[in-house]
Design a protein around this ligand. Structure first.
Ligand SMILES: Nc1nc2c(ncn2[C@@H]2O[C@H](COP(=O)(O)OP(=O)(O)OP(=O)(O)O)[C@@H](O)[C@H]2O)c(=O)[nH]1
Ligand SMILES: [Mg+2]
Length: 308
């Protein structure tokens, strides 16, 4: 997914001139970079960020801060130009998007059962992420229970039950069409019998317009009182990622994100937008369809890929 944004940022080898080529040329020719040159270069970079699905306010902030840094570092740019420039882009984004990175394995050590509720739009990867998270907790010595609280979509209960069978993880389920809050309640009750346990609640996918499902989600929250509510966001959703984050945060409250499908051909900008505009952490990223394809997010890792 990183190639496109990298290319847009002018950091991938490319035939045509990039913003960074232009910047380097200004320095190589020995002339100081004029204010207009720097403005042009950063202006191009801003367009590139927008094309890579970064939101306007975030692209604005990155551009303004980067311009400032380029001006400050003009003399040093005469040395190792590319690395100085990369560093400037990196520190600009770090300043804007760094957040403390919560470690949920540590949180779960302190409370049992530790309850995680997964919410999100249809098809964003809730059920798959529930299975992947279960595997992580199981491998760390927790007794894990998945609550099949998507009683709405046909086949959803069977889908999560199948994951449970494959992983050897207990799935608490009721009938299709049943009350998802009651399923969650039963899963928590079951997990309470174990000393070090985690409950992962898989909920039904919601469209922005579906008021009933939004109400149902609030009820699950009320009854199960989750320790952590994670929103799954499909990396391919681009600029809509922010709308989804706002909608779910307003309706039920979101503690952080799992950004899924970053192995697909996404542009990657939604990650920066989510971090800089909602100031909520991305806990994990989904990198494929296998159970082990969920890795803890780190901004350094993301930027290393982006700026490699
Ligand atoms: N490539 C890739 N595919 C993923 C990833 N996460 C989920 N998927 C796939 O996306 C599809 C939808 O995933 P689900 O987990 O069923 O999504 P959901 O949010 O539970 O969907 P609904 O319950 O219908 O709302 C499945 O085919 C998953 O295998 C990921 O990180 N990478
Ligand atoms: Mg699902």
């Amino acid at each position: 997914m990183f190639e496109k944004l990298k290319e847009k940022l002018g950091l991938a080898p490319k035939k045509e001139e990039t913003a960074i080529d232009n910047l380097e040329k200004g320095v190589i020719s020995g002339t100081d970079l004029s204010t207009k040159d720097a403005d042009d270069i950063v202006g191009n970079l801003k367009i590139s960020l927008l094309e890579a699905d970064v939101s306007l306010p975030t692209a604005d902030k990155i551009s303004t801060d980067l311009l400032q840094k380029i001006k400050e570092k003009r003399v040093k740019l005469k040395g190792d130009r590319s690395s100085v420039l990369r560093e400037a882009v990196k520190t600009t984004i770090l300043d804007i998007a760094s957040l403390p990175q919560p470690n949920i394995l540590e949180f779960a050590q302190k409370k049992s059962p530790y309850v995680i509720m997964l919410i999100g739009m249809n098809g964003t990867g809730k059920t798959t992420s529930a299975a992947k998270l279960s595997e992580i907790f199981k491998n760390n010595g927790f007794y894990v229970v998945m609550a099949a609280a998507d009683t709405f979509r046909a086949g959803a209960i069977e889908q999560i039950a199948l994951h449970g069978d494959k992983l050897g993880i207990r799935v608490v389920k009721h009938q299709a069409g049943g009350d998802p809050a009651a399923v969650s309640f039963d899963a928590i009750k079951h997990a309470s019998k174990f000393r070090k346990s985690v409950v992962i609640i898989d909920t039904a996918g919601r469209m922005q317009t579906n008021k009933n499902l939004l109400e149902e989600m609030k009820k699950i929250k009320r009854i199960s009182n989750p320790d952590l509510i994670l929103l799954t966001v499909d990396a391919l959703s681009g600029v809509d990622a922010l709308n989804q984050a706002k909608l779910f945060d307003e309706s039920v409250g979101v503690d952080g994100y799992i950004v899924t499908k970053i192995d697909a051909d996404a542009k990657g900008g939604s990650i920066l937008t989510l971090l800089s505009e909602t100031k909520k952490p991305i806990l994990y990223v989904g990198t494929g369809q296998g159970y082990s394809d969920l890795i803890p997010f780190s901004l350094d890792w993301y930027l290393d890929k982006l700026l490699a």
